[in-house]
Design a protein around this ligand. Sequence first.
Ligand code: S3P
Length: 176
Amino acid sequence: MRVYLVGFMGAGKTTIGRLLATRLRVPFYDLDELIAAAEGRSIRQIFDESGEQVFRSRERELLRATRFTDHGVIATGGGTFAFDDNIMFIKADGFSVYLDAEYRVLMRRLEGKTTERPMFKDEAAAAALYHHRARYYRLADFSMAISGAETPMEIVERLLLHLPKACFGPDNALVQ
Ligand code: S3P
């Protein structure tokens, strides 16, 4: 079974995902990286040159391509789990985890990194987006509260306690 990490920009989906995949001995995929590779341009370029709709349709397409892997950890983009069809796809045969980071933690982490994130227009728009999306993120199978005090490794260790056995790699042995 695949694990899908969902949550707002800056929640740590990629960092946590990479570590979690190593611990589970399963492949790691970052949806934004798959999109950028498929398009041969950065996420920022896709937004600027083709618009959000083109990005979202690529995102949908590549999200669905993850069904070809039995086991894996997938870091989604901040907007992926805010569309009903994507939510249904993920929930159909994946295990979704919401990295529920406090808003002030997100803003601190995003400082200086907003140019790579076209959906981060300004603080007010980000706050509105955060509140709008929170209701979708809460539909995930499991929510992990993230305060900013734990290291990524500590978060992964805590998360491992809540994952269904089916998410572990075929030999079921955790890498230390
Ligand atoms: C987006 C978040 C980004 C990326 C794209 C759109 C969003 O991913 O998918 O810029 O709509 O919130 P991260 O959450 O990894 O920054």
